[in-house]
Design a protein around this ligand. Sequence first.
Ligand code: SF4
Ligand code: SF4
Length: 143
Amino acid sequence: MGFLRNLGEVFTILKHIFRQIFKRPFTSLYPFEDRPYPERTRGRHIHVRQNCTACAQCVRACPVLAIRIDKADKMYEKDAALYFDYTRCIFCGLCVDACRFDALYHTPIVDMAEGEREDLIYGPEKITTLDREPLEWRGRRFR
Ligand code: SF4
Ligand code: SF4
């Protein structure tokens, strides 16, 4: 009886193993593949300087003073450079809501870890593009 019961348990385990083998994997090859996030995810921002009018409404709306504006730095007729401090940002979305000129958006990019705090301040070069350096093997991990 004991043998038959053990055999039954072995078959139950094998049934679970085969069922899992043929299921679609739940994992993704992160960080080599971006994970899919919902369309309305409030990740890092992107600043569209062509549309910006330097009105500073985004700066005024920010409850944690995470945005700095430099009106002297112009690429177009009316725009300004923005600096986002992601050590302060709480991703509330108020700055994006405040912008009436389609110049500020959230992106679904949420993996923004850096080795140095200063690198989490995104100046005009970083905040206007979504380009990211490809990950490289450095030391004991990909960065
Ligand atoms: S998302 Fe919120 S906290 Fe972050 S910069 Fe915009 S207003 Fe400030
Ligand atoms: S991003 Fe929008 S709210 Fe901020 S300064 Fe430019 S136009 Fe004004």
